[in-house]
Design a protein around this ligand. Structure first.
Ligand code: CAA
Length: 259
């Protein structure tokens, strides 16, 4: 059996590919588990600076949770499955490396939820996004009801969730669901270009930026302010802060050491 999640690392950029193209990369328990293991490896690999997540084949990023595996579940098993998937998506969001979704086709249900757990989303012109769970008699269960309104606002999120309609890549860009839309053939090169740009920054700073945004959003604004100030202060314990500011004042390019 071929690997469910492929991993390829070059020049500090790791590319993870969900690899079940025969079912449009639908996510079953084994694939979620494989993804979780790969994320743990990447998180602790000092050679990896940025992660790109994509889907195998030409048609789909991920067409959702595996419906064939879900149909006969009872309530507790369905709840456990939702909790497992939420934990994997949280691992992705909390991973210390910035994660870019390169959305190469359908990103539906759990696929849209997976893309939203990434830090940035670059979409092919042929990508399609949606939360079609209502068409199956269920609700989004992998934190779509939470991440979608945070990204696009409550009204637009409810429109997508209540109708189950798909939107194309341009509309997804217009409502703030994706950062950039590119021709299909340029998707991976563009995602890689963005990854290399971020990889050239201080890794300590990018890690703390990510933490400040994701963790800060879970706090009330007073606590989030203190948390941000704490992380800001922490930057001043690093060599990269001294180097970054010295390089600016000396009109030269900074040489970050990620320390
Ligand atoms: N689960 C299991 N199998 C899936 C799948 C899914 N989510 N999506 C596609 N497949 C399978 C199809 O059953 C089909 O298999 P066979 O060749 O064995 O028949 C194969 O992938 C190709 O799919 P289609 O023939 O349907 O391809 P298409 O081009 O005609 O349509 C599509 C593409 C519009 C994406 C359509 O496949 C589709 O609507 N898929 C389901 C999308 C969906 O409802 N996703 C949400 C799932 S629920 C969820 O994710 C809950 C949650 O919150 C986590």
């Amino acid at each position: 059996m071929s690997e469910l999640v492929l991993l390829d690392t070059r020049e500090g950029i790791a590319t993870l590919t969900i690899n079940r193209p025969e079912v449009l990369n639908a996510l079953n328990g084994d694939t979620l588990e494989a993804l979780r293991q790969k994320i743990a490896v990447l998180d602790s690999d000092p050679e990896v600076r940025v992660v790109i997540l994509t889907g195998a084949g030409e048609k789909a990023f991920v067409a959702g949770a595996d419906i064939a595996r879900m149909r006969d579940l009872g309530p507790l098993a369905a709840r456990d499955m939702a909790l497992l998937a939420q934990a994997v998506l949280n691992d992705l969001e909390r991973c210390r490396k910035p994660v870019i979704a390169a959305v190469n086709g359908y990103a539906l249900g759990g696929g849209c939820e997976l893309a939203m757990a990434c830090d940035l989303r670059v979409a092919s012109e042929s990508a399609r996004f949606g939360q079609p769970e209502v068409n199956l008699g269920i609700i989004p269960g992998w934190a779509g009801t939470q991440r979608l309104p945070r990204l696009v606002g409550k009204g637009r999120a409810l429109e997508l969730i209540l109708t189950g309609d798909m939107v194309d890549a341009q509309e997804a860009w217009r409502i703030g669901l994706v950062n950039k839309v590119v021709p299909h053939a340029e998707l991976l090169p563009e995602a890689r270009k963005l990854a290399l740009k971020i990889a050239a920054r201080s890794q300590v700073a990018t890690r703390l930026c990510k933490e400040a945004v994701h963790h800060g959003l879970e706090l009330d604004s007073a606590r989030a302010g203190i948390f941000e100030a704490d992380l800001f202060g922490l930057c001043f314990s690093t060599a990269d802060q001294k180097e970054g500011m010295s390089a600016f004042l000396e009109k030269r390019k900074a040489q970050f050491r990620d320390a």
